[in-house]
Design a protein around this ligand. Structure first.
Ligand SMILES: Nc1ncnc2c1ncn2[C@@H]1O[C@H](COP(=O)(O)OP(=O)(O)OP(=O)(O)O)[C@@H](O)[C@H]1O
Length: 485
């Protein structure tokens, strides 16, 4: 866009600013390739003509709810529109059928209540203010009326608010297909009964909860969240007996975490450390409905089954603590898996079903000073989705315009294919190099680092890299490769 725009004296423009990202101003002088701009901040800057973007003087001060209505759909125009809307507490904006959400970093309960869901039910897309409920409703209606499965992709950087948006989408879909919850006792009553039944106390007293030393968050009311969680479980059809079992298991995990061990009578053996540890052991067994001696043995002993015999080995206190944490993790993880299965079948996921709505909430793009291999994989997935998005949205839309004979100008977008090639292309791409390096012992890692350095150096986006070979650090030879660029 900047390339095709020829500013004249008096043009309103956007110029890049190191602090504010973009700042608007008026062109004062043109001098060959350079132009002088008087910014609204009062400062005058001289910039390359190819680096300024036109500003729409007629843009409404409160922004537009669908950015396809903008005169110029370029980065400063999009950001300015989102900021104008954010200033009037409008965090959602459409770009066609894409919903853009800006993280409000505060609770906005009035936006998401039952009344809101009722309003969006069946409303034509675009008729009401942009909202995740509108996206979910459109997907639901398309699936029901056209008999086509739907996908909703939620993407964005880490912490942008994807999971919150996903929860809203799921809440709306559950509302469309679920049933209402029954409320009885007051919030306080219910929370207190719980605390009592599961022998729980303040989070500060539980090892698994007190590591961060953060027990309260501004704007988060734990009792309300608890009731919300129970209500959500009611909505997806988890019975009260099952809910009771879920809370019992979670409480049991917390009690397990508080069992400490001391040396026992036998060599290298262990026993619960004191009365407090015994109390937590007994409560965990009670909540898990298992024999307390069997639970103690499972923590303090290891049974090794060989072809000929079964050997019981005592564990020392440190090993018993490891065994305790492993048990807590596996119980919690099984509970999680059970919840996913139960929710899927409760909300009617039927393996025979012809259609479905998939909601993908991916890990957000992350960039730290030192990135782990996991972050590298997360970022690759994001790059691949971006490529899919580019091809699907830009290509498809532009084909549609051509078909309809609509007068349009080609929309420029940054093609990230070169990044994907750098990572995935065979041979010579980072993954291929990693594969190669992981097959050989540590001694080959210097060669690997050299090849990786060369790959970056040859790459067009890094053709003048401010990199040195020591910027590539390789951790274990089993394939855990840390990347520092
Ligand atoms: N619509 C919203 N209303 C209120 N708070 C929000 C909203 N969206 C995001 N937040 C706040 O931002 C925080 C981070 O959001 P969230 O966990 O959804 O990010 P994410 O994009 O899923 O991050 P990651 O990729 O790291 O998982 C939330 O814990 C919440 O405090």
């Amino acid at each position: 866009m900047a390339g095709t725009f020829s500013p004249v004296v008096g043009s309103l423009v956007w110029v890049e600013d190191p602090d504010a990202a973009w700042i608007d101003g008026e062109v004062l002088e043109l001098n060959g390739d350079n132009i002088k701009v008087l910014c609204t901040s009062g400062k005058t800057v001289v910039v390359k003509a190819s680096n300024v973007y036109p500003k729409d003087a007629e843009a409404p001060p409160c922004g537009v709810d669908d950015m396809t209505k903008l005169a110029y759909l370029h980065e400063p125009g999009v950001l300015d529109n989102l900021r104008s809307r954010y200033d009037i507490n409008e965090i959602y904006t459409y770009t066609g059928n894409i919903l853009i959400a800006v993280n409000p970093f505060c609770k906005l309960p009035h936006l998401y209540d039952n009344h809101m869901m009722a309003q969006y039910k069946g409303a034509a897309f675009g008729e009401l203010s942009p909202h995740p409920f509108a996206v979910a409703d459109a997907a639901y209606r398309l699936m029901i009326n056209e008999g086509i499965s739907q996908s909703i992709l939620v993407s964005g950087e880490s912490g942008a608010g994807k999971t919150e948006s996903t929860k809203l989408l799921m809440r709306y879909l559950a509302y469309m297909g679920g049933r209402a919850a029954a409320e009885g006792r007051t919030v306080e009553q219910q929370v207190l009964e719980d605390v009592k039944k599961y022998k729980l106390g303040h989070p500060r007293t539980f090892h698994y909860l007190n590591q961060s030393k953060c027990f309260e968050l501004d704007g988060v009311d734990d009792s309300k969240e608890y009731i919300e969680t129970k209500r959500a479980m009611d909505i997806v059809g988890i019975s009260s007996d099952e809910q009771e079992a879920i809370f019992r298991v979670v409480a049991a995990v917390l009690h397990l975490g508080n069992i400490e061990f001391a040396k026992g009578k036998e060599i290298d053996s262990s026993v619960p450390k004191d009365e407090k540890s015994r109390f937590h052991l007994n409560t965990a067994a009670e909540l898990l409905m298992c024999d307390v001696k069997a639970l103690e043995d499972s923590l303090c002993k290891r049974i090794i089954v060989t072809r000929d015999e079964t050997i019981t080995k005592w564990l020392d206190p440190d090993s018993a603590a490891v065994s305790r944490d492993a048990l807590a993790k596996i119980v919690y993880s099984r509970l999680f898996d059970w919840l996913v299965d139960t929710i899927n079948s409760s909300i009617g996921q039927d393996p025979e079903s012809k259609y479905l709505i998939g909601v993908l909430d991916i890990y957000g793009f992350e960039s730290f000073k030192t990135n782990s291999f996991e972050q590298f994989c997360i970022n690759l997935t994001n790059e691949k989705l971006q490529q899919h998005f580019n091809q699907h949205v830009f290509k498809m839309e532009q084909e549609e315009y051509t078909k309809e004979e609509i007068n349009w100008s080609y929309i420029e977008f940054v093609d990230n294919q070169d990044i994907l090639d750098l990572i995935e292309k065979k041979p010579g791409g980072i993954i291929a190099l990693l594969d190669e390096a992981c097959m050989f012992p540590r001694s080959t890692h210097e060669t690997f680092a050299q090849k990786l350095y060369q790959t970056f150096k040859n790459h067009k986006r890094f053709s003048k890299p401010k990199l040195s070979r020591t910027d590539f650090t390789i951790c274990h030879y089993a394939g855990d490769v840390s990347r520092r660029i």
